[in-house]
Design a protein around this ligand. Structure first.
Ligand code: SF4
Length: 343
């Protein structure tokens, strides 16, 4: 059995014409899938015999909700399970500019960032394009809310699964389907340089966020193993080339970790790197993770770090602490529930 959500319109056309049906049936099926149906029986304008043929070889790969945690601020964090038992996390968030979902691109992660729960058991497998779409559809069904923005910043490194992430972007942007504007999508990388150039060519309308989390190589290498493969200066160069090519503002994510990267000196050094170019820094007070020694910052440290960047003319936001009453750190819910499953 295969997941029909993986098929782009062209693939669906091949499928239905292979069954001896007219091409327009593919558009109908694609439209139904984008509505979030979970059974072929719901495709009321598709002939019963075609539905029957489809269901013999294909399934609709929306993940099941294992558990959902709703925060008092409207954040909803779900642990999803796919047909093979693989589990990922997705988070639904309400902002003044619309509803957003943060999805995972892999089951686990092999990047090994030392502050992150998602990587503790390594990477189990990649998600397919259709499984990523399934996260969006399942969250929409679960919350009953519309989704206006998608951020690929959950579990996994999107550029370590480039082809499937590209497929997902095409699927969700397809006018016959969910039809979400590429400008409403953000892909977040830990800094895989070759993929940044490729991404600027392939998807210049999609927003790019780069997880920096350090002002220099020394700190970055301590917390993010990817920095051993790609030097800080080279990463900055790739990011500059990205902004020159796309004319889009790049976002740098910076998780503030107490005593590691949160001093005024770190803020000055970061400022000297970013001063004068089209960029934006998103400061994220670290979500503490069970089994990791890192501690989050004080509010005073966040304020003073921010002040230094602003005094240097750098656009800064501090991520609203979403869902502070739930397991907000990415990967933590999966860790806990997997632990429970094993007991
Ligand atoms: S922070 Fe992102 S890239 Fe780093 S280990 Fe976690 S999921 Fe992977």
């Amino acid at each position: 059995m295969n997941n029909i959500l993986d098929l782009e319109p062209g693939g669906l056309e091949e499928l239905v014409t292979g069954f001896g049906e007219k091409k327009f049936r593919a558009g109908q099926i694609f439209g139904w899938l984008a509505k979030g149906i979970t059974s072929f029986d719901e495709m009321s304008n598709v002939p019963a015999d075609l539905r029957e043929k489809l269901s013999r070889e294909w399934y609709i790969g929306q993940p099941a909700v294992v558990t959902g945690q709703r925060s008092s601020d409207g954040t909803e964090k779900c642990l999803f399970e796919f047909a093979d038992g693989a589990r990922v996390e997705s988070v639904f968030m309400k902002y003044s500019y619309g509803n957003s979902i943060c999805i995972s691109s892999q089951v686990g992660c092999r990047m090994g960032c030392t502050f992150c729960a998602s990587t503790m058991d390594g990477k189990e497998r990649d998600l397919t394009a259709g499984e990523m779409l399934g996260e969006v559809l399942a969250m929409r069904n679960h919350t009953g809310e519309s989704i206006n923005h998608v951020v690929i910043m959950g579990m996994g490194e999107p550029f370590d699964n480039y082809e499937q992430v590209s497929g997902f972007l095409r699927l969700i942007n397809s006018p016959k389907g969910v039809n979400l504007s590429l400008r409403n999508i953000t892909v977040s990388t830990c800094g895989i340089i070759p993929a940044i150039g490729r991404f600027a060519e392939d998807f210049p309308q999609v927003n790019l966020a780069v997880s920096l989390h350090a002002p220099n190589d020394e700190i970055r290498r301590r917390t993010m193993p990817v920095a051993k493969a790609y030097a800080y200066d080279d990463l900055m160069k790739a990011c500059r080339q990205y902004t020159e090519k796309t004319h889009r503002r790049i976002t740098f994510e910076y998780a503030l970790i107490r005593g590691v990267n949160d001093s005024k000196r770190d803020a000055e050094e970061l400022s000297s790197r970013l001063r004068g170019w089209l960029t934006h820094v998103n400061l994220i007070p670290l979500n503490e993770v069970d089994g990791r020694d890192y501690r989050t910052v004080t509010e005073e440290n966040v304020r003073s770090f921010r002040r230094v960047l602003e005094n240097n003319g750098i656009a800064v936001t501090v991520r609203r602490t979403l869902g502070s009453d739930i397991d907000a750190a990415c990967g933590q819910l999966r860790q806990r529930r997997t632990g429970e499953k094993l007991k």
